[in-house]
Design a protein around this ligand. Structure first.
Ligand code: XMP
Length: 508
């Protein structure tokens, strides 16, 4: 399989480069700059990412590129471009002021292979504190902006290019075309890596690796585990046993609905209702992290008890996706913590299972594309993300079955209304939070003292940042009315208008 290597120098945009390359139907992998893998014949080209570092720092990343440069097509982006210039004796200096934002690129060599068909001028996105002030003699400028003379260069008689701007960012209007010129044109990739070809090779690979062994997989109702299950099902049919645990903290009717839809897809699935165990163990616990730990631990126990009954199991399948496995040298932001509390599953050690992760090469949007190619129900593929600990972290304070009931009812009204109003797919994630607050109300002639719920709806691409959604007032009015009238125990509804950061999506 042909591939592009992306060497990561820690830029916040590295994954975006990978996604753009994948959008060209070319497989690519991200590796840290200090762990360059063996360059096999399937590598068709290399991209060097940007970085928060400055090439002028003594400590700055400065890998030896002798196995790559001149041997393979090479494109340096931002820091990558500066590094190549500096390594060849060029000058890089601190820019008078950090250049951040839009700039207009004038293509000065329209016949250069990297610039073929690129309009001039074209808007590009800059984000750098340093600038190349002097190029080695063999480096030829192929594009400039008003402030940055060396915005793009090509090294004479060498398949090496550098660009100061970020082609991977949406605001670089011809960015994808420039990447296409590199990946499809210069590197000569065929662009044949599609969901269908992924399914074909993955299914073949799974058949070969697993043979007639039995595989266990924990389904969560989410997109990743469902698509992983379907791929395995295609490869090994009934040798896959899926376990779907009801922790009592799922959405209203979710356990039975999802279980039925899994069965409808032909999956061999065992549904385990362990709600009572979770409620018992959560009784009186108010600390969010404690709740998460209990829910995680209970899940592992229930899952393991069930898995142990499958005597001849040899493999545990997981829905791990590419962002979870990229060994990145990026500065660890909030993502590091999010990851730690995402991993609710666990491996029953004494069972000695081998792990199989059919989606570990894919980004989330690619998992959906694969799901579509597998003809899976669009409703299942389009579902909002839902946290592993479920409603357990949307009930602030201690969890009781009665509170779960109240929240499930309110949540179902909100989500159904979003669907009915055609808003569900425009929202990235939505849900209701049950607050530990009682307030006074009047219903008929009676004074009430009941619960308050908060509605939350956000747009986001990966959950790292999020904006609250400007839902129409009429929609909010109708939803609030229905919740207060229909859900016994709720007399007040508020709408959360906080963005992340500084707030988070969940309240706990
Ligand atoms: P926050 O609240 O950190 O959430 O802005 C970001 C995304 O992560 C989800 N989330 C979790 N997912 N276990 C999970 O599996 C958790 O403990 C957990 N906490 C938050 C949240 O729903 C959102 O999609």
């Amino acid at each position: 399989m042909e591939k592009i290597l992306i060497l990561d120098f820690g830029s916040q945009y590295t994954q975006l480069i990978a996604r753009r390359v994948r959008e060209l139907n070319v497989y690519c992998e991200i590796h840290p700059f200090n762990k360059i893998p063996e360059i096999e014949t399937d590598v068709k080209g290399v991209i060097l990412s940007g970085s928060p570092s400055s090439v002028r720092d003594v400590e700055a990343p400065n890998p030896d590129l002798k196995n790559i440069r001149t041997k393979l097509p090479l494109l340096g982006v931002c820091y990558g471009a500066q590094l190549l210039a500096k390594q060849s004796g060029g000058e890089v200096e601190g820019a008078p002021s950090r250049e951040y934002g839009r700039a207009m690129l004038t293509v000065t060599s329209p016949n250069d292979p990297l610039m073929i068909g690129i309009p001039s001028p074209t808007q590009v996105w800059m984000s750098h504190g340093d600038t190349i002030t002097e190029l080695p003699p063999s480096f030829k400028i192929i594009g400039s902006t008003e402030n940055v003379k060396v915005a793009a260069y090509h090294i004479d008689d060498e398949p090496t290019w550098g660009i100061q701007f970020h082609p991977e960012v949406y605001h670089s209007l011809a960015g994808k075309d420039i990447l296409a010129n590199f990946v499809l044109g210069i590197c000569g990739c065929s662009g044949s890596w599609s969901p269908d070809s992924f399914i074909e090779t993955t299914v073949e690979d799974l058949k070969e690796r697993i043979g007639s062994d039995r595989v266990i997989l924990g389904l969560s109702g989410g997109v990743d585990s469902s698509v992983a299950a379907m791929l395995l099902h295609k490869a090994i049919g009934d040798h896959l046993t899926c376990i779907f645990v009801n922790n009592g903290l799922l959405r209203k009717n979710e356990f039975s609905d999802v279980l039925n839809s899994y069965k409808g897809m032909g999956l061999n699935v065992i549904g385990v209702d362990a709600s009572e165990k979770f409620y018992a163990d959560l009784k009186g616990v108010t600390d969010p992290e404690q709740k998460r730990k209990i829910i995680g631990r209970d899940f592992v126990e229930v899952f393991n008890d069930e898995a142990k009954k499958i005597k001849d199991a040899k493999w545990l399948a997981q829905g791990t996706i590419y962002p979870d496995v990229i060994e990145s040298c990026s500065v660890k932001g909030p993502s590091a913590t999010i990851k730690s509390h995402h991993n609710v599953g666990g491996l029953p050690k004494e069972m000695n299972l081998k792990v199989v992760e059919p989606l570990r090469l894919l980004f989330k949007d690619e998992v959906r594309r694969v799901g579509r190619a597998l003809k899976m129900d669009p409703k299942l593929l389009g579902r909002h993300p839902f946290p592993g600990p479920g409603l357990g972290i949307r009930i602030l304070g201690d969890v009781t079955p009665e509170k779960v009931r109240i929240l499930q009812e309110a949540d179902a009204i909100f989500i159904n209304n979003l669907k009915e109003a055609g808003l569900y797919d425009e929202v990235w994630q939505a849900g209701v939070i049950l607050l530990p607050v009682q307030s006074v109300g009047v219903m008929g002639d009676e004074r009430t003292y009941e619960n308050c719920v908060a509605l939350r709806a956000v747009i986001s691409t990966d959950g790292m940042t999020a904006d609250w959604v400007h839902l129409p007032y009429e929609f909010l009015a109708k939803t609030s009315n229905q919740i207060i009238n229909k859900v016994k125990g709720v007399n007040r509804v508020v709408y959360d208008i906080s963005s992340k950061p500084p707030a988070t999506i969940e309240w706990e």
